[in-house]
Design a protein around this ligand. Structure first.
Ligand SMILES: C[S@@+](CC[C@H](N)C(=O)[O-])C[C@H]1O[C@@H](n2cnc3c(N)ncnc32)[C@H](O)[C@@H]1O
Length: 289
């Protein structure tokens, strides 16, 4: 599949810069996603499908967990993202990873029909799917007995908080969320994973929630938020919610740091929810189709 014209675009694109941002963000998120995959029961020898793998961080992590006796198939609708993911898998010598250019639905319908999969996983992807519950339902139906669903999503209806209040932190968070939200099909999915899993036919086994928190001079959150605002800047300016001068993108990181430190504030970013479910071992996936 080479043409990307039939896939809707990821609002932030797949430029080299955006791939670098996703990889940097992924390093900070890895402990949480790893906790999810371990709690869900990802283990050596399993065959895993990673939906919306982007530049590959979740696929790389899953490949470490399933080892050489397992296999991971990462799928993404962006060929540019897959080029980065392939190069990283090769550099890390992870021969158990394959990467496929496909929409998530299409992968669930085609590759899962052909091969046994023990887990379907993803991070920051259900929110983009046209009908995430339907995709989950079809994935559940095709999962092997004892198979796992595990997803990590951010709650776009949450907010950026600061105590004591730092107006610039709240404002920058609002710029980010208000620019990004309209581009996301299901901004509330992180808060509805119990409902989504249940409706898809596999009741939740467990879930947890964390939000990035920071404060003091050394927190990486100032750079992270400033970079995210930079990535949505064209959308933000286009919406008319702020002017270039108000945002002051080149000094935003330093101004955030100074404002938070001056108030001895503790700041937080929106909640991220990790949820997993396991199909019963006796359930024959062919019957569920
Ligand atoms: C925010 S990125 C997350 C990437 C990766 N999972 C991670 O956590 O680093 C979302 C990714 O989902 C992909 N995506 C969105 N909708 C998709 C769909 N319907 N089918 C396949 N990939 C999709 C985008 O191309 C993008 O690479």
């Amino acid at each position: 599949m080479s043409s990307s014209s039939r896939f809707a675009e990821y609002a932030l694109g797949h430029s080299e810069l955006e791939m670098r941002r996703l990889i940097l963000q992924a390093a900070a998120l890895r402990p949480m996603t790893e906790r999810l995959l371990r709690a869900a029961g990802l283990a050596p020898g399993m065959r895993v499908l990673d939906l919306g793998c982007g530049p590959g961080d979740v696929s790389l992590l899953a490949a470490e967990l399933v080892g050489r006796s397992g296999a991971v198939l990462g799928v993404d609708r962006s060929e540019e993202a897959l080029v980065t993911a392939r190069a990283r898998a090769k550099e890390m010598g992870l021969a158990q990873i394959r990467l496929l250019h496909a929409a998530a639905d299409e992968a669930v319908d085609t590759v899962m029909a052909d091969k046994r999969f023990d887990a379907v996983i993803g991070r920051f992807v259900l929110c983009y799917l046209p009908d995430p519950i339907d995709t989950l339902r079809r994935a559940v139906a095709r999962l092997a007995p004892g198979g796992i669903l595990a997803f990590h999503e951010v709650d776009f209806l949450d907010e950026f908080r600061s105590r004591p209040l730092v107006p610039l932190w709240q404002q920058a968070g609002q710029w980010l969320l208000e620019s990004f939200r309209p581009t996301i099909a299901h901004p509330d999915i992180a808060g509805r994973l119990v409902e989504a899993f249940e409706t898809a036919g596999l009741p939740m086994s467990g879930l947890f929630c964390e939000c990035p928190v920071g404060g003091g001079t050394a927190s990486p959150l100032y750079a992270w938020l400033a970079e995210r605002v930079r990535s949505v800047l064209p959308l933000l300016l286009q919406s008319g919610a702020a002017t270039c001068e108000e945002v002051g993108i080149d000094s935003l990181e330093v101004r955030l740091q100074q404002a938070v430190v001056a108030m001895s504030s503790q700041v937080a970013a929106p909640a991220q929810v990790c949820a997993w479910a396991r199909k019963s071992c006796g359930e024959d996936s062919r019957l569920a189709r």
